[in-house]
Design a protein around this ligand. Sequence first.
Ligand SMILES: Cc1cc2nc3c(=O)[nH]c(=O)nc-3n(C[C@H](O)[C@H](O)[C@H](O)COP(=O)(O)OP(=O)(O)OC[C@H]3O[C@@H](n4cnc5c(N)ncnc54)[C@H](O)[C@@H]3O)c2cc1C
Length: 377
Amino acid sequence: MRSNSPGKIIVIGGGIAGLSLAAEIADWAEVTVIEREPHLGYHASGRSAALFSETYGNRLVRALTLASRQAIADGGFAAHRRGALHVGWTGDDAAVDRLAGELQALVPSVRRLSAAELHALVPVIAREATCGGVYEPDAVDVDTGKMLAASASALKAGGGIIRTGEEVRAISPDGRGLRVETSAGVYSADIVVNAAGAWVDVVAGLAGLSGLGFQPKRRTAFLFDAPAGADISNWPLVVDLHEQFYFKPDAGRLIGSLADETDSEPCDAWPEDIDVAIAVDRIEQATSMRIGRPSTPWAGLRTFAPDRTPVAGFDPRLPGFFWLGGQGGYGFQVSLTLARMSAALIRGEPLPADVTALGVAAAALAPDRFLTPAATP
Ligand SMILES: Cc1cc2nc3c(=O)[nH]c(=O)nc-3n(C[C@H](O)[C@H](O)[C@H](O)COP(=O)(O)OP(=O)(O)OC[C@H]3O[C@@H](n4cnc5c(N)ncnc54)[C@H](O)[C@@H]3O)c2cc1C
């Protein structure tokens, strides 16, 4: 622990958001990660489709993603150059052209594919059914397990502590710091980081604060076998232009998803049979694949702030209370940059120059943007 350190920091949540920040500050403060579930990454972080796409999300999300690319490469987290393909159908030509223009302006390697080129890349899509698509060749599969494990290792190497199976139940001011009551005991901390995923607003409530309006949204996925004889290893992630479904290779099989965004309470999300059935039907309608019985269905919660941009920053209403939430469907893409930014904010330092050069300002991520003047002291 360095001399200008605040001392003790408690991070609530052992997903990629909390762990990556904890790893970033572990050699600077005494860091304890508290996770309610028996193991790390139990909720959203253990259920993702593991894609890193520079064209996904709003302007700030894309900037945070771009700023993460180097760290993803340096950490050895880029598992495969997967690519991502948005497929248009009959009548979608103008929309595909428009999307190609928009995405090329962001990422120059993006290309408009003709129907023939698209069919050559993913032969299960009938040439006569598609008007072509938009291809992002540099989207990569990330090794999410490795990212979680690397953060946990770095945290431990910095002297940090991980407490799984322990739930935070109350947070209150305590002299110059905060008192954190859990299912296993009481801690005092100088800073508490709220990285509770779908529960960020619930955890704010434990500190007597109103929430910021985060909305968890359920997304359903499942596995199915590749068509007999097909070499799927280099298929990209294939996403319907209208986001009605997607599929992508995963360890010799395919992940399918409805690309659903169903509002949910924070919970241990469970797939609905109907959502799996609709996704199977849509993929079968759009391709020559016959899925039959999908296996291993799962669901997870992607949690969004009202403007779909993550929140990172101190709450002006309670000194020492730091928000790190709203990673939505982009947690693995943005976490390493959000961790660096959050570490700078916690240390009272300027944001990293490479991040501000991409047009990201602290105010754009601050919780203050959702607080009315009356709520702010
Ligand atoms: C189906 C699906 C596909 C996705 N695909 C992608 C993708 O391709 N690329 C991408 O980048 N992202 C993707 N995501 C999004 C990504 O998984 C999330 O953005 C990310 O995992 C969020 O991480 P987190 O740490 O904020 O939340 P979580 O992983 O949910 O972690 C929060 C943790 O806080 C804990 N907690 C809550 N309350 C308490 C408490 N009171 N006390 C102690 N602990 C508490 C919870 O138990 C939980 O483990 C996908 C998500 C889903 C569901």
